[in-house]
Design a protein around this ligand. Structure first.
Ligand SMILES: Cc1cc2nc3c(=O)[nH]c(=O)nc-3n(C[C@H](O)[C@H](O)[C@H](O)COP(=O)(O)OP(=O)(O)OC[C@H]3O[C@@H](n4cnc5c(N)ncnc54)[C@H](O)[C@@H]3O)c2cc1C
Length: 274
C-alpha cells in the first residue's frame, strides 16, 4: 500500500507521522513544493530574530528519515488523475498512489493591483519570508509598508521593527486583527504596537502597489504612502489550483465530509484548505 501526501506543512507531516505510528508496512511519500525539511510557520519570526531552529523544525530535521517517510522536497504537484491513481509533478513525473492525502495548505490572497510584482513580499512560507528578510538584511531599505493587520501582518510588523526598519501598518478595518480580536483587545495590541514605534493606520484601504518599474508606494483613496519594502498580508487562499480537472470537488477550498474524505474515493483532504 502506498500513501502519497501532498504538502509537508503541519497537516501533511502530522498525517505522515500518525500513519507511520499505526502502520509500519505502508510506503509513505511526502511531496513538498518547498525545499528543506518540514517546518512550523508560526516559528518563522522567532527564527529570523534569534537564529534558533528548534521551534522552526519542530519535528526535528530528520523526522522523515527516522520514520521511513520518503520526503521529496522541491517537488510541486501540478495534476491529480484519479482515474489512473497518479499525481503528476511540475517536472512531469507521474507518481502512483493507493491513497492520496491533499494537505497543500494556503497561500497569500491579495486582491490588490500590483500585488504580484516581484518587490511585493509576503510572509506565508519560509521561502517567501526568507526572501523578505534577505532583502532587509541587504541594507538600503529603511521604510516598510505592510498591508493588512491580521495576525501575520502584525507579526511581520514586529519583526521588521526589530530588524531596525520604520514600519507603517495599514488596515482597512477599524481595528487590529479584526477577525480575531474584539475592539477592547485590539486596542491593547494597538497600544503595544504604538509603544514599539510601529505606525498603524486603520480604516485605510490600499488599492494598488505602484511605482515606475519598481514598487515605491501604495495607493490609497486620496493619497499614497511611500516606502522601499512592501509586504502584502491581506489574507489566505487555499492551494487548490492544481486540482482543476481532477474531478475533486473544489469551491474556495477542497470540500470534505466529517471524516475528511473528498468526493473521490481514496482521496482525503486535511489542514488549512478551506
Ligand atoms: C507567520 C505565521 C504565523 C502563524 N502563527 C500561528 C499561530 O501562532 N498559531 C496557529 O495556530 N497558527 C499560526 N499560523 C497558521 C499556521 O501556520 C497554519 O494554520 C498551518 O501552517 C496550516 O498547515 P497546513 O499544513 O494545512 O498548510 P501549510 O502550512 O500552508 O502547508 C502546506 C504545504 O503544502 C505545500 N504545497 C502547496 N501546494 C503544493 C503542491 N501542489 N505540491 C506540493 N506541495 C504543495 C506548500 O508549499 C506548503 O509547504 C501562522 C502562520 C504564519 C504564516
Amino acid at each position: 500500500m502506498r500513501v502519497v501526501i501532498i504538502g509537508s506543512g503541519p497537516a501533511g507531516i502530522t498525517v505522515a507521522e500518525r500513519l507511520r505510528r499505526y502502520r509500519k508496512d505502508v510506503d509513505i511519500i511526502l511531496l513538498a513544493a518547498e525545499p528543506g525539511p518540514p517546518y512550523a510557520p508560526p516559528a518563522m519570526a522567532d527564527y529570523f530574530l534569534t537564529g534558533r531552529t528548534q521551534m522552526l523544525f519542530w519535528k526535528d530535521r530528520d523526522i522523515c528519515e527516522r520514520l521511513g517517510i520518503d520526503l521529496q522536497s522541491g517537488v510541486a504537484v501540478s495534476m491529480v488523475r484519479p482515474a489512473t491513481r497518479v499525481v503528476e509533478t511540475e517536472s512531469g513525473v507521474a507518481i502512483p498512489y493507493d491513497r492520496l492525502v491533499i494537505a497543500s495548505g494556503s497561500n497569500l490572497y491579495a486582491p490588490i493591483e500590483g500585488c504580484d510584482l516581484e518587490e511585493v513580499y509576503n510572509f506565508k512560507s519560509l521561502t517567501a519570508a526568507s526572501a523578505l528578510v534577505a532583502r532587509v538584511r541587504q541594507g538600503h531599505v529603511h521604510q516598510a509598508v505592510i498591508v493588512g493587520a491580521g495576525f501575520i501582518g502584525v507579526e511581520v510588523a514586529l519583526l521588521l521593527r526589530e530588524l531596525g526598519l520604520s514600519v507603517t501598518l495599514l488596515e482597512m478595518a477599524d481595528r487590529i486583527m479584526p477577525k480575531m480580536l474584539d475592539t477592547e483587545t485590539a486596542d491593547i495590541v494597538r497600544a503595544s504596537l504604538d509603544a514599539r514605534g510601529i505606525h498603524v493606520r486603520l480604516e485605510t484601504k490600499v488599492s494598488a502597489f505602484a511605482g515606475n518599474g519598481q514598487v515605491a508606494r501604495v495607493e490609497l483613496e486620496k493619497e499614497s504612502v511611500p516606502g522601499n519594502v512592501f509586504v502584502a498580508a491581506t489574507g489566505l487562499k487555499p492551494n487548490v489550483a492544481f486540482l482543476r480537472d481532477s474531478g475533486i470537488d473544489v469551491g474556495w477550498g477542497i470540500q470534505v465530509d466529517n471524516r475528511l474524505r473528498t468526493n473521490v474515493s481514496d482521496i482525503y483532504g486535511g489542514g488549512e484548505f478551506r
